[in-house]
Design a protein around this ligand. Structure first.
Ligand code: PPS
Ligand code: MG
Ligand code: MG
Ligand code: MG
Length: 353
């Protein structure tokens, strides 16, 4: 299979980082700081980024990484640095050969900071670049909702390998998708899914474990013969996606089921496994540039599960022009057969604004 080693390393790296994020999710100490754009970042985001970049750099030293976070805060704040270091040391896969494939534990605090700081690539459309969101849906992570650990390899600007760890999603791909999935989520028994996909090779899900990779199953989007029966997912935060426009689109499509609101790329994963059908992310503020790490892994998953993804005007997402999708506004994802109808209605709603 193409990109077999890349997929293997990405799955193990995300699995190990999820051990760390789960520790923080269930702890009172989340070490939350506020970033310059007033969004939150926690010791979970920082620790997960350090672990994943260390894994990638061990297996593929020449590859570049576009990561959401950096080490600036930890270099200044000794208390926060110690909290993250303790977490990073404790997060280990309990299968030694799996742990070896991703380089084993990070050796020193300096190595941790170097790894965390190695996600500053500007991306582009040449060569191999990983897009990393160590915790996507940080607000959901803090609120007790869905969050996801997301990693994608882009080759010449094209998302090619995508891995998403969702510690709070039910393992069962067919579990019904309703508002309870997005709210008051937990990572207890029966929860925790690791999704993977390679361009041209299909998409899979398996339980998130603490050891070697186990039991993968092929996933695919659900057939939707009647678009009015579709269910759609959207962001929890009204500032990230226009709930009003999303509702107008659903209504024009004849959809009567209420939307399922959940944080993070768990939305892409949920439609890719056929639990939901459509993901609508209509822009609220046209000046906002979507970040490549918020979409790259989810896009591979949906495409490989039988879906299509574009921006709100039906334009393909361009991942090869830097750290953001500056040529695109909004995101729409749906099964291939109903995608043209969904985009038609999205455009109608946007045109009358
Ligand atoms: N204004 C605006 N518009 C659109 N998107 C934004 C905006 N501000 C932030 N972000 C990004 O949204 C990421 C989380 O997206 P979600 O779909 O999970 O949103 S939500 O948490 O359900 O509200 C979130 O990712 P994380 O920071 O990784 O949590 C942000 O990168
Ligand atoms: Mg994100
Ligand atoms: Mg994030
Ligand atoms: Mg963030």
């Amino acid at each position: 299979m193409a990109y077999e080693k890349e997929l293997d390393v990405a799955l193990l790296a995300v699995q190990r980082a999820s051990i760390l994020t789960r520790t923080v999710f269930s702890s009172h100490t989340k070490g939350t700081l506020t970033k310059s754009d007033s969004s939150p970042v926690t010791i979970g985001d920082l620790g997960a980024q350090a672990l994943i970049i260390a894994s990638i750099k061990h297996a593929f030293p020449e590859d570049e990484v576009v990561g959401e976070e950096d080490a600036d805060d930890l270099r200044k704040d000794e208390q926060e640095r110690t909290l993250v270091w303790d977490l990073v040391q404790a997060a280990r896969l309990d299968d030694i050969s799996a742990e070896d494939k991703i380089g084993g534990p990070i050796k020193t605090v300096d190595d941790m900071l170097t790894a965390l700081d190695s996600g500053r690539s500007n991306g582009g459309n040449k060569g191999r670049v990983w897009a990393l969101d160590p915790i996507d849906g940080t607000k959901g992570f803090l609120r007790g909702g869905q969050y996801a650990v997301c990693l994608a390899l882009m080759v010449d600007g094209v998302p090619t390998v995508g891995v998403i760890g969702c510690p709070n999603l039910p393992i069962d791909d067919q579990a019904p998708l309703d508002s309870s999935v997005g709210a008051d989520a937990d990572d207890k028994e029966g929860k925790g899914v690791l999704f993977g996909a390679v361009k041209g090779e299909g998409a899979t899900s398996r339980p998130l474990s603490k050891g070697a990779l186990q039991g993968s199953k092929k996933i695919s989007m659900k057939a939707v013969p009647d678009v009015s029966q579709a269910s759609f997912c959207e962001s929890v935060e009204a500032g990230h996606s226009s709930h009003g426009d999303n509702a107008a689109i659903a209504s024009k499509l004849g959809i009567t089921k209420p939307s399922v609101r959940m944080d993070s790329q768990a939305k892409y994963a949920s439609i890719a496994r056929g639990a939901g059908d459509v993901y609508l992310r209509l822009p609220v503020n046209l000046r906002y540039e979507e970040k490549i790490w918020d979409h790259a892994a989810g896009v591979v998953l949906v495409q490989e599960a039988g879906g299509e993804v574009s921006d709100a005007w039906g334009k393909p997402l361009n991942f090869g022009i830097g750290r953001t999708l500056k040529e695109n506004k909004g995101v729409v994802a749906a099964p291939r057969e109903i995608f043209p109808r969904v985009i038609e209605v999205v455009k109608e709603v946007l045109d009358v604004k």
